[in-house]
Design a protein around this ligand. Structure first.
Ligand code: GLP
Length: 232
């Protein structure tokens, strides 16, 4: 595990530099899983000034809600990823599909068919979730529809308001932990406790992010506040 701790103002640049370095190590057209949320925004903004190598991008999750909602992950990628120089369209879950289970099966098959994820960029939920793999998820769970835990709904309500979705569609821990390299990002004091729990606590389903401790190629970029309880 490689852990880099940087001042808050350098977080986006440090995350972008780590992303580009990890992409470069994976050869031509790596398949890259991408998170949304507040955490990676500064990385995407920093990438705007640098441009992207050729990558195939895959969203790690989506809300089960109206397909074109401004708070959907689809809308997030339209704002932060698709305008980047060199970025293509992000492959993603379609919450408008007639059969959501079948849609998740399609995605679960598409990732290995594409050679598996070469790199996945992840944030961490306050409850230790990765994408929408909430506490209690099995180590090898595949892409699927999930019920969002209260913490995730509360976080979603900041954008969605009273219409916060109850369900999400997510790559499973099978696809995420199976990525050849993982870049975990966290910033802000609110993440300090869960970062320490995930990286230095007991490994198991109560904290899905703790399984990252066992990953053979994990890079973590933290700002100083998020690293506040991580023992260096
Ligand atoms: C969200 C998403 C995750 C994200 C995490 C942290 O609910 N499902 O993909 O990484 O929670 O979000 P944030 O970066 O906004 O704190």
């Amino acid at each position: 595990m490689r852990v880099e701790v940087v001042p808050a103002g350098a977080f986006g640049e440090a995350a972008a530099a780590a992303f580009l370095e990890l992409c470069a190590r994976r050869g031509a057209q790596p398949l890259v899983g991408l998170a949304t949320g507040n955490t990676p925004t500064a990385m995407y903004q920093a990438l705007a000034g640098r441009g992207l190598p050729g990558v195939r991008a895959f969203a790690v999750d989506e809300y089960v809600g109206p397909r074109e909602h401004a708070c959907s992950n689809r809308a997030y990628f339209r704002s932060y990823w698709e305008p980047l120089p060199g970025a293509g369209v992000v492959e993603q879950f379609d919450p408008g599909a007639a059969d959501l289970d079948q849609e998740c099966e399609r995605v679960a098959a598409a990732v290995p068919a594409g050679g598996g994820l070469d790199l996945v960029v992840l944030g961490i939920g306050l409850n230790g979730h990765l994408a929408f793999n909430e506490p209690g998820s099995a180590r090898d769970c595949p892409a699927r529809v999930v019920e969002l835990h209260r913490e995730s709904r509360t976080a979603a309500a900041r954008c969605w308001g009273a219409a916060a979705p109850r369900q999400g569609m997510t790559l499973g821990l099978r696809e995420l932990l199976g990525a050849k390299a993982v870049l975990l990002l966290a910033n802000g004091e609110a993440k300090a406790a869960i970062v320490a729990r995930a990286l230095q606590g007991e490994v198991g389903p109560e904290c899905p992010a703790s399984w990252l401790q066992e990953h053979p190629d994990l890079t973590v970029v933290l700002d100083e506040a998020a690293a506040g309880r991580y023992l260096r």
